[in-house]
Design a protein around this ligand. Structure first.
Ligand SMILES: NC(=O)c1ccc[n+]([C@@H]2O[C@H](COP(=O)([O-])OP(=O)(O)OC[C@H]3O[C@@H](n4cnc5c(N)ncnc54)[C@H](OP(=O)(O)O)[C@@H]3O)[C@@H](O)[C@H]2O)c1
Length: 275
């Protein structure tokens, strides 16, 4: 596994960038007040990583909240994602628009949102986005092992991250291992959405630690060194989801949570593609 920073709260990517293990996701959060509040609360509560996308339609509000927060730009890790159905089909042109909407000079991490129409066509444009300084790091999302290898065969800049649906119920062990072997950090999305928060085995572990089921699920992810980006539009939940670094799950508890996997340890990013 690539190293963590000394405080244990960020992952060091193969290009040297540091990616905080905890971020706020803003998928399905309305542009305007809802996104601005969520991002502002997260930054107030100590989050230093926000995950948006061109497809989410809320980059402008993310940018406004970032500026209004008073937190220095360089302290916050901003991810956005290239929308593979964009009219131009050009990661450079769409990055320029994202930068304008976000009101920043550079995106920390720019991901191909999903491998629609193939794994490789967007990558030259993604690399160009780095060469132009629009993105510091580039990566992928929803790529399975075969798609990753196709991309790597011809890549000058290797992806730093593969953002996938990942959590105890979606413990894609083979995909995680394949990514680690290739120096690609897996990042977890939908860790709560893909889980049964009422599962009694999680409740038992949560009770033992005086924590909530959501915190146990998220702790399982970060304890693997995997960055996670839970979404909430409620301040109290954003706070709850951020309290992950002051308790530890035992090996037995980690193993009990591992056994909740419903993917069979898959090397696939998804059971059903939506594109
Ligand atoms: N790359 C991709 O293709 C992709 C796909 C999906 C998601 N993502 C990213 O990953 C982020 C997270 O994934 P997600 O939004 O699908 O799901 P998630 O973060 O796993 O779960 C969000 C849901 O859980 C609820 N929730 C949040 N905290 C909770 C808590 N402490 N207790 C109980 N319920 C809680 C939220 O409701 P409230 O808001 O009402 O609290 C919301 O309904 C997204 O926002 C997005 O940034 C990326």
């Amino acid at each position: 596994m690539a190293p963590l920073t000394t405080d244990g709260r960020a992952r060091v990517l193969h290009d040297g960038s540091e990616m905080p293990l905890l971020g706020l996701g803003v998928w399905q959060v309305d542009d305007g007040r809802e996104t601005e509040d969520a991002v502002r609360w997260a930054l107030e509560l100590g989050y230093r990583h926000i995950d948006t996308a061109q497809a989410y339609g809320n980059e402008e509000s993310v940018g406004r909240a970032l500026r209004d927060s008073g937190v220095p730009r360089e302290e916050v890790f901003i991810t956005t994602k290239f929308y593979p159905r964009s009219r131009s089909g050009d990661p450079v042109k769409t990055a320029e628009k994202s930068l304008r909407r976000l009101g920043v000079d550079q995106i920390d991490l720019y991901l191909v949102h999903w491998p629609e129409n193939g794994a490789t066509w967007a990558w030259p444009g993604m690399q160009k986005a780095v060469e132009r300084g629009y993105a510091k790091s580039i990566g992928i999302s929803n790529f399975n092992v075969a798609e990753i290898d196709e991309l790597l065969a011809d890549a000058d800049i290797r992806p730093v991250v593969n953002q996938i649906q990942f959590g105890p119920f979606k413990y894609r062990r083979a995909l995680l291992e394949a990514c680690e072997q290739r120096d690609i950090v897996v990042e977890s999305y939908s860790p709560l959405n893909s889980s049964d928060l009422d599962d009694r085995r999680i409740a038992e572990i949560a009770e033992r630690h005086g924590r909530t089921p959501a915190q146990v699920l998220l702790r399982w992810v970060v304890q693997r060194g995997v960055p996670v980006i839970p979404k909430s539009v409620r301040r109290e939940r954003i706070e709850e989801n951020g309290q992950l670094f002051d308790f530890e799950l035992s090996d037995d508890e980690m193993a009990a949570l591992d056994s909740l996997d419903t993917t069979g340890g898959s090397d696939d990013a998804l059971e059903r593609k939506w594109w």
